[in-house]
Design a protein around this ligand. Sequence first.
Ligand SMILES: [Zn+2]
Length: 353
Amino acid sequence: MRAFRFIAVFSVLASFYCCSISAQSSFTIGTATAAPGQKSTGYLEVPAGIDPATNIPVVVINGVKPGKTLALISGAHGTEYTSIIAIEKLISAIDPAQLSGIVILVPLVNIQSFELKVPHVNPVDNKSMNRFYPGKADGTQTERASFLITKQIIDRCDYLIDYHGGDLDESLRPYAYWGPTGREEQDRLSKQMVLAFGLDHIIIWRERPTDPAATRYLDNTASVRGKASIVVEAGHAGIVDSDDLSLLVNGSLSTMRALKMLPGDPHPIENPVWIEKLEDVLSDGPGIWYPLVKRGTYVSAGMKLGTITDYFGKTIAEPRAPVTGVILHVNAVPSLKKGDNIADIGVPAAHAP
Ligand SMILES: [Zn+2]
C-alpha cells in the first residue's frame, strides 16, 4: 500500500512540473491509477492471512473536469449476476471526457462465489461479504477484503452505491434502500440519489448500527462515515434480464446526472412506493417449496404464500403472510432447509418521508 501511495505522490509532482498546472491529479485505488481523462483497471490486492489472498478487480475513471468521487460496488454476493453485469456495462458507458470528478467501480467483490456458483457467502470463509464491515486487517478473507475496501474506497469517496439483487434462490422484484441518518444535508443528498436512481419501491432502512467499529454493511459503513449512500437491487434467480439490467445501468447514469457528475437531466421517480417495514417469513423445517405467489404480488395478512411438503409429498406447512404488503422476494427454488427465507414482505409506509 505504501508503494502505491508513493506512486500517487510522484505522479502529482510529475503533472505539476511537466504539464500545465491543474487542480486535478491522477487517482489511485489498489493497482489502478488514472490521470484526468483516463480510465484505468487494476486490483485491490487482499494479502494472504489465515486463509488465501484474493485480488478484487477495480476500475478508476478520472473525469476531465474536477468534482466529487463516487464509488459503485457490486458482487459482494457473487451470484447476484445482474448487478455485476450492470457494473461491467457502466465501465464502458462512462466516458471520462464527459465526467466531472472520479468514479471508482468494483464489479465483483466476491470472486470465489462467482466462480464456484456459491450463493450468499464467500466460500473461502463461509461469511457474507456484506456483513463484516468495516473489516479487520488480521481476520479471514472476507474481513480483510472489507478492511481494504473501507480504507481504500469508502474513506476516499464522497458518495457510494452498493448493488445487489435476487440471489440464485431468490425471485426478487427491484427495489432500493434509503437509510436516513438524522444528518440533514447527508440525508437530503442520499434521498436525491435514491429518487434519481428511479427504482419504484424504496425501503426506508432505519435502526442500523451507528458504531463506526461495527457498521456491518457496506453502505452503512459509508453512511456512518458521512458519505451519502444507497443500496439498489435488481435481478433474480441467476437470470440476467435486459429490463432488470437497464434499471441498474440507467439508474446509475441518472444518479450521476443528479450529482452533477455527468451532463444532462436525471429522471427521478416521482411517486415511489415507500416501504417502512420488512417482514421475513422463515422456514421452520426442511422440505419442498411450492409457491402460490410471485415477486411483486401484493398480499393481505393471513394469505397463504405456498405449501411445503416432506420428501414423500405430504403437506407439512402452509406459510402465511404475517402482514399486508408486497412480496419483495420469494424463494425461487424447491429446496428449503430450516431457517431459510421463504419470502420478504414490504409494508408500504402511510406517508412519504
Ligand atoms: Zn446481495
